[in-house]
Ligand binder design. Structure first.
Ligand SMILES: Cc1cc2nc3c(=O)[nH]c(=O)nc-3n(C[C@H](O)[C@H](O)[C@H](O)COP(=O)(O)O)c2cc1C
Length: 186
């Protein structure tokens, strides 16, 4: 099997733990290479929510949102999908409206134009009409929207169980096998 390349972006929404956990899990796949972009606001939220985040990502190259000359900005860079986790309403709006001013928005725009998998994990509540319309536009343009809505019938024990439910949904969408959760009926 060829190595899969996955782009992961963390933006400045609450719930950056989802992004960190997703990166940690992806790193356990020997045949997956991650390309990580963190927005400036994403770094601010990481500093607030997970102050030791740099230690957790110490062996990982992090691309800046300003790095528009990186491979992910080009349609010629072949990859197997992009995940924005968590995705702020600001980034969601930029992507839904074709604004490609930073690397995250540009890489997402490229996914849509090239017909590659684009998964967004949006975090905001309540949602206003603009948020909802932007999500509809993105869905119609080919993106997959995975709101971080956990279930409770599986009786999560702690925050990690809840986070893993969402990470599992993203892995399922990417076609990556995992044992993060017990599936209903198993
Ligand atoms: C602690 C903190 C939590 C935030 N949580 C959210 C959130 O859950 N959803 C959201 O859309 N914006 C949230 N914001 C606001 C975004 O960070 C802000 O809109 C920013 O411009 C997003 O930029 P980005 O999409 O380039 O990362 C939060 C900001 C801070 C400081």
């Amino acid at each position: 099997m060829q190595t899969q390349k996955i782009i992961i972006a963390i933006t400045g929404a609450s719930g950056v733990i989802y992004g960190l956990r997703f990166i940690e899990i992806l790193n356990q796949y020997p045949k997956v290479k991650s390309f990580v972009i963190i927005s400036n606001a994403g770094k601010d939220v990481l500093n607030i929510e997970i102050p030791d985040w740099k230690d957790k990502l110490k062996n990982i190259k992090i691309y800046s949102e300003n790095d528009l000359a990186s491979p992910m900005a080009s349609g010629s860079f072949l990859h197997d999908g992009m995940v924005i986790i968590p995705c702020s309403m600001a980034s969601l709006a930029a992507i839904a409206n074709g604004l490609a001013h930073n690397l995250i928005h540009r890489a997402a725009d490229v996914c849509l134009k090239e017909g590659r998998k684009l998964i967004l994990v949006p975090r905001e509540t309540p949602l206003n009409l603009i948020h909802l319309k932007n999500m509809l536009n993105l869905k119609q343009a080919g993106a997959t929207i995975i709101p971080p809505c956990p279930n409770f019938y599986t009786k999560p024990k702690d925050i990690l169980d809840i986070v893993d439910q969402i990470v599992a949904k993203v892995l399922d969408q990417l076609g990556l096998n995992h044992h993060l959760i017990t599936r209903w009926g198993e």
